[in-house]
Design a protein around this ligand. Structure first.
Ligand code: FE
Length: 339
């Protein structure tokens, strides 16, 4: 008799614990980011809202494929990944849903989010020209169009066209100048390449510093990473190159790292709260500076290092265009032989 009571008590404790766990608010985040500061930001979100954040880190394209595979049963509520072209791909693969709130509209400029609100930019980077300081000067440089001029014969270092950053850059030029102009431009870059495309953005900067070419095309945050690197060789590279924000025609190509609520999010409301939180002034500063990026929220200033690089004009397009023209960009790359 006594045993039975004990069992019942234990059982009811287990059940009430179970209910507690089930009742606890949570949100499941799939992210390509891996910064310690992100954990602090998420902890603060939990403190303020009581919502636990479960994080799954992974490679961007693998996370997208995983959500596709998981289908309606996906635990993912919010996906964070880099590049508007890739976010657009997530949208067209049918794994995101449209979300619109006053806070998101207020915090994130209209050109840095999906036109149908399937994803929102959270941090911004520029795809810029860096030059070897001992061989080129900012006064030699203008917009992207100038890179095809004869004066840069065999001087341009840029990675493969298989990379989404280059696809988005070319897609932006398709959007602004049309496919014909973009194809001439891509062919002109191939003509001026210092070598066959190889390596990542940092490898291009390293090759410029080593004298393989005068100019390289890289994302701004890589310069921040190299300046702050533990590796003295990287710091040396960063010091020997200068940054130029393409101007002259239509400004600098910018892109985002951003997030979208998944189509089958089991905790949609919490996902929206987390997305709003990440766009808030208090989170933006840390979220952006973790990867040496620009905050998207206009209320928030960029870090000191980024401010020291100076102001610049951004291309005057909605980033949704980068996804829309991605296929055209890929076809152009193939036609002009940009490997
Ligand atoms: Fe990157």
């Amino acid at each position: 008799m006594r045993k039975l009571i004990v069992v019942t008590v234990v059982m009811s404790i287990i059940f009430s614990l179970g209910t507690l766990v089930l009742a606890a608010e949570e949100v499941n985040l799939y992210t390509n980011r891996h910064y310690d500061t992100d954990e602090e930001i998420l902890d603060r979100f939990t403190e303020e809202t009581g919502i636990e954040v479960n994080v799954l880190k992974g490679d961007s394209d693998q996370l997208i494929e995983r959500i596709v595979r998981e289908g309606e049963n996906t635990p993912a509520d919010l996906l964070i990944t880099a590049d508007a072209g890739r976010l657009h791909r997530a949208k067209t693969r049918g794994i995101l849903q449209s979300v619109k709130t006053k806070t998101l509209t207020q915090n994130i400029p209209a050109n840095l989010k999906d036109a149908d609100n399937y994803w929102y930019g959270l941090t911004m980077r520029g795809r810029v020209i860096v030059y070897a300081k001992d061989r080129a000067a900012p006064s030699d440089l203008a917009g992207y169009g100038d890179l095809t001029s004869d004066k840069w014969q065999d001087e341009i270092l840029v990675r493969s066209s298989a990379n989404i950053y280059n696809q988005s850059l070319l897609a932006s030029l398709v959007s602004i100048y049309g496919a014909e102009w973009a194809e001439d431009w891509a062919a002109g870059i191939v003509d001026n390449m210092a070598r066959k495309p190889q390596g990542n953005d940092r490898a291009q900067a390293t090759a410029a510093a080593a004298g393989e070419g005068d100019l390289a095309i890289i994302n701004t945050y890589y310069l921040g990473k190299m300046i702050n690197s533990d590796n003295p060789a990287e710091v040396k590279v960063a010091k020997s190159i200068g940054i130029h924000f393409p101007d002259g025609e239509n400004g600098t190509h910018v892109n985002v790292s951003g997030a979208g609520v998944t189509k089958y999010a089991p905790n949609k409301e919490n996902a929206v709260k987390l997305l709003e939180y990440l766009s808030s002034a208090s989170a933006q500063k840390f979220f952006a500076s973790a990867n040496y990026e620009y905050p998207v929220n206009p209320e928030v200033e960029a870090s000191e290092l980024l401010q020291s690089w100076g102001d610049f004009e951004t291309q005057n397009i909605n980033l949704t265009e980068l996804g829309i023209h991605n296929q055209t960009a890929v076809r152009i790359f193939n036609r002009v032989g940009w490997q």
